[in-house]
Every structure is written in C-alpha cells, then in structure tokens.
Design a binder for this molecule. Structure first.
Ligand code: SF4
Length: 292
C-alpha cells in the first residue's frame, strides 16, 4: 500500500475533518502540499484545491474521494475569457485567487489566497491589477490597497455561499448575542465585511479565536469551520443564514475510507495537461516568492 497523506479543508464534513493528517485553509494546504513526502496525497476539498496539490506535486499521485466536488465560482471563469479581458488592460497584472481552475492560473501572473490577497497585491509593481474571480474579495483588496486600481473580473463573480450572508443576518444575530465577536471571511459582501470586528481567511479566523479566546463568535463563513473551532478551542460558534457549501459536502467519511483502503479507480486521480501545469506552477510559485 502506498504511503498516503490526507489533506482536509476547514469546510469539510466533521467526519472527514477527523480523518485529516493536515487540516487547514487553502494556503496552509498548498504549503503542506509542497512539503509532503507521501506517494499518494488524498485531497478533501473541491477541485481547484486538488489541482493546486497536483501542480506542486506533478510526479505524485493526487486523489480526490469524489470528483464531483467542484467549486461553482471557479468553474464560472474560463481561461479564454480572461485572456481576452487582459488584452483590454495590457498594463495590468493579473492576480488569480486560488479558487480558479488550473487553466485560469496558467493565464495569470500570480496566485493569492484569502489569507494573503492584500499582501500579494500590495507588493506588485503594477498600478493596475485585474483580480479574478471573486468580486467581493477584490473589493476587500481594493479597500486595503489604496494606491492601486483593482479591476474585478468576471462581472458578478462571487461565492454564492458567502455572498448570501447579509448585513441584516449579521445585525440580527449581533443584537441577540451582543457579547459575541463578529468574524467574517472576505468573500462576504463589502457591507458585511465593514460591519465585522475582524475579516480573515478560515485559518485567520481560527487563529483569532485561539489567541483571544472569546466565549462566543458570530462567524460569517461556511459552517464547517465552526465544527473545528468548537471542538478544538471550545468557542461557541453561531453562523448567520444557511452558510453551507454543497460542493464541500460531497466528500463523505465513507468515500475517504474507501480511498484509504486502497480502492482508487482512475476517475479519482487528478490529471492535468503538462503545459497548463507548468504555467500554473509559475503563477503559484510567484505567490510564494512575493510573500517570502
Ligand atoms: S464555499 Fe464558495 S468558494 Fe468555497 S468551494 Fe463552495 S462555492 Fe466555491
């Protein structure tokens, strides 16, 4: 049986989180993916995360427990549309959020995650930046990097789960639980981010709770992170609205167990075009270079 490591995103089902060798957000998992030495990497998340793992480990076997776990926001942006759009802005750098396909990453100059988007953009020499595909994260970056023009693309690109978290949801909960800290993900709409006590990626929200130890938080992101924070840190988590990503829940503990038993049909292997992988790798490595 090949040596296997299981990487799990914070939004996965509780039973899948309990099977993790490493649990984290996209940036943490991308960093782990660079360090692992196992022959087989099982990536429990959605398609673009497994692609990043493959891009950083082209000669290792990367397996997804269910290939139907796909991010709708990432799939909406096609590489050819980005290629055409950047022709209209020849002086702009193109920053691709990790939630993009490998083909889109191959067209971009640098990748970022929600944990480092502001840092990546602020360190670019260009004054104009095309930011794909999340308009809400682009707005968060624009609010925090004032000396650059941020051009969001595509129109209305957003995560449906985070975009559905409203200011009135947040205000309703904040008046019901006035002692709770309000922490949200930057994929939420700008007015939600502005109303929060803290805006950060899932690992940054986790760290906030670990360092400050609030009794209770109102958490504006996918509910899966709440399981981890409650279990590991004993903080009560209240989630506004119905923040559940169906794509993140496609993977079940049973499917992961099957892979761990060694049953890996070809359909579960992540395979990418070599040229796309090479160009996308430059984009991912540029992020590591810029952020040191
Ligand atoms: S939560 Fe949103 S961005 Fe994340 S996988 Fe689901 S649809 Fe994609």
């Amino acid at each position: 049986m090949p040596e296997t490591v299981v990487l799990v995103h914070n939004y996965q089902r509780p039973e899948v989180q309990l099977l993790a060798d490493h649990l984290g957000d996209s940036l943490e998992l991308a960093m782990r993916a660079r360090e692992v030495e196992a022959d087989r990497i099982v990536m429990c998340g959605v398609d673009f995360m497994a692609e990043v793992v493959k891009i950083l480990n082209p000669d290792r076997e990367v397996v997804v427990p269910d290939p139907r776990a796909m991010c709708g926001m990432a799939l909406r942006l096609r590489a050819e549309d980005l290629r055409e759009f950047r022709r209209e802005h020849p002086d702009a750098a193109v920053v691709a959020y990790v939630n993009t396909t490998a083909e889109v990453k191959a067209e971009a100059d640098v990748m970022c995650t929600s944990a480092n988007a502001v840092e990546v953009v602020s360190r670019l020499p260009e004054d104009e930046v095309i930011f794909v595909p999340d308009n809400n994260l682009a707005a968060w970056v624009a609010a925090n990097v004032e000396d650059k023009e941020i051009i969001p693309f595509p129109e209305r690109g957003c995560c449906p789960v985070h975009h559905a978290i409203t200011l009135s949801d947040l205000r309703g909960l904040a008046s019901r639980y006035p002692d709770a800290d309000v922490l949200v993900h930057p994929e939420c709409p700008p007015e939600v981010c502005r109303a929060a006590d803290y805006v950060g990626s899932t690992s940054q929200i986790y760290e906030y709770c670990r360092e400050r130890g609030p009794d209770r938080i109102i958490m504006g992101t996918e509910e899966g992170l709440g399981f981890r924070i409650e279990r590991e840190l004993g903080v009560e988590v209240i989630v506004p609205g119905h923040a559940v990503c169906p794509d993140m829940k496609v993977t079940t503990g049973e499917k992961v167990e099957r892979v761990l038993e060694g049953r890996v049909p070809r359909a579960l292997l992540v395979e990418l075009d070599r040229d796309v992988m090479r160009d996308a790798e430059e984009t991912v490595e540029e992020m590591f270079r810029i952020t040191g």
